[in-house]
Design a protein. Structure first.
Length: 291
């Protein structure tokens, strides 16, 4: 069955969210709606709707005028077996000692590597994206310098690949949280596939706002592979939730956004330890100042 998409952009979060809510009233109804900030500093937001039959283009045009958005671009996507596509296109990834692979590549795991299995059907956050790859390399560098994480959390964990990487190399359980319930389900499935149940504890939470996280703080290492805006918003809570001389590994940051994120974290009591760019994405390792 083909899928149809309708995409537009407009200025401001509130109008974008209101447009997203309005799209729910369309007939035929969209099967999904997404509202995302365009992370280029422009202030634009993208609103997308997904349909299993051709959408009402007149209705879309009316909504675009009502909410002062650009005209919707409607596209028909071909039928694709995405799991088969991922298996063909995604090769294993090596990031220092870590080796991220799908079950179809189980015979390619190098001896002595720290293997992390992510199934093709759950491929977002596998390590192929520059942000995840950068975080894994930063973790490898930190551990290579002798650091041992005793109280680690992965904020916005997605597939939980970062939490699982930490749990593979250090003895203590690792927390993994995400604001999205579906992502938490995916994380738990990946944890089970890697025989890490009880070693990685997955919870649904926004930022550090969950009883499990608040009870476990302060942390000696926090991963946050999200986006610039949420990272800046989290800076004060990050400072409160990391112990003196603890580390934060941050990504989801476009290269041109990195200086702004660094400045905010320095203002909140951190020092920059390491900064790496992979294509257009930057990963930061910061250390909280001693008290």
């Amino acid at each position: 069955m083909p899928t149809f998409t309708a995409l537009t952009t407009l200025t401001g979060q509130k109008p974008a969210e209101a447009l997203g809510e309005a799209l729910e009233r369309l007939v035929p109804e969209p099967t999904g709606i997404g509202v995302f900030e365009v992370e280029d500093g422009s202030g634009l937001w993208e609103v997308g709707a997904y349909f299993v039959e051709p959408p009402d283009e007149a209705g879309l045009a009316l909504f675009a005028v009502m909410f002062e958005a650009k005209p919707f671009v409607v596209s028909e996507l071909p039928e694709v077996d995405w799991v088969a596509h991922v298996k063909r296109e995604l090769s294993p990834v090596q990031a220092g000692r870590f080796f991220v692979y799908g079950s179809h590549d189980a015979d390619r795991v190098p001896k002595g590597s720290v293997a992390l299995l992510i199934e093709a059907a759950m491929a977002f956050g596998t390590g192929h994206h520059g942000t995840t790859l950068g975080c894994l390399k930063a973790l490898d560098s930190l551990a290579g310098g002798g650091f041992i994480g005793k109280n680690v959390v992965d904020i916005g964990c997605g597939t939980a690949v970062l939490a699982m990487a930490a749990a593979r190399i250090w003895p203590n359980p690792v927390l993994a949280s995400d604001i999205d319930a579906q992502a938490v389900d995916v994380a738990r499935a990946n944890v089970a596939c890697n025989d890490l149940e009880g070693r990685v504890i997955c919870v649904e939470a926004a930022g550090f706002d969950a009883p499990a996280l608040q009870a476990a703080a302060p942390f000696d290492l926090v991963f946050a592979n999200i986006l610039k805006g949420p990272l800046i918003g989290l800076a004060p809570d990050m400072a409160d939730s990391i112990m003196p001389e603890g580390y934060a590994i941050l990504s989801g940051i476009l290269n041109e956004q990195a200086d702004e994120v660094i400045e905010v974290y320095i203002q909140n009591g951190f020092n920059l330890v390491q900064r790496d760019a992979i294509v257009e994405w930057t990963t930061l390792m910061l250390q909280k100042n001693p008290t």
